[in-house]
Design a protein around this ligand. Sequence first.
Ligand SMILES: [Zn+2]
Length: 249
Amino acid sequence: MITVCRTRTLRADLAAAEEATAPERSPAMGHPVTITSFGFLHSPPPAAHLVADLRTHFRDPHVSPELRHLTAHDQAVRDAVLSTPGIPAVVNALAATVAGYLAGPSAGPVAVAVGCAGGRHRAATVSAELADRLTTAGHQVVLVHRDLHRAVVERRCAAAHPEDPTGCIGPHDAVTVLDRHGARATGCEHHGARLLASLDGARVVSGPHAPGAALRVHRAAGTIRPFPWADGPRTEPSQRSHAENRTRG
Ligand SMILES: [Zn+2]
């Protein structure tokens, strides 16, 4: 029995030895990487092994009027995003993480999703840069810009004063504030309260999908000073909150 097997065993041993001394095959090269850029303001992130959320930590080119209506297809936007401190490190880290996934014992396709607010500037630029990086390294990459083609999303509600730098909190149709002349502005509870506090004789009504919002806004407005984003002395009753005026009363 041993004699019968000897030749086969020897061949198998040789084959194994050959495989062991062969250059290491990279399993990474065989599996595609899908990179999807998206905007959280449009819909939730796509399913992915890695999701990078760029919304909070990196400057949004949207705030620059000259960049707002451009996209990652424009060099000016790419320059703005890629020169943002931290972004190159994020691209490097994502590339390294993808390589790590592809090197795993059960390596398979890797899906990466990179999101920002509107999906037109930061996420699309970082996704394209990551795709370039991985393609150069020899990986097979599919790049999808889910929301880049979509219209610019209006970031703030109509109740947000142009000089108020704060962002909206909650739905943009939570309340409608009416001034004493009947002019109206519909907005989020945060800006509704700040607007209500800034107007004399204004009132607030809840939006159809926000029961109780008007009451919350009315209460909040009582402790907010008029035009709270503006500096300056608050010596006159008209410059102070209703609560402050009551205390001094
Ligand atoms: Zn708002």
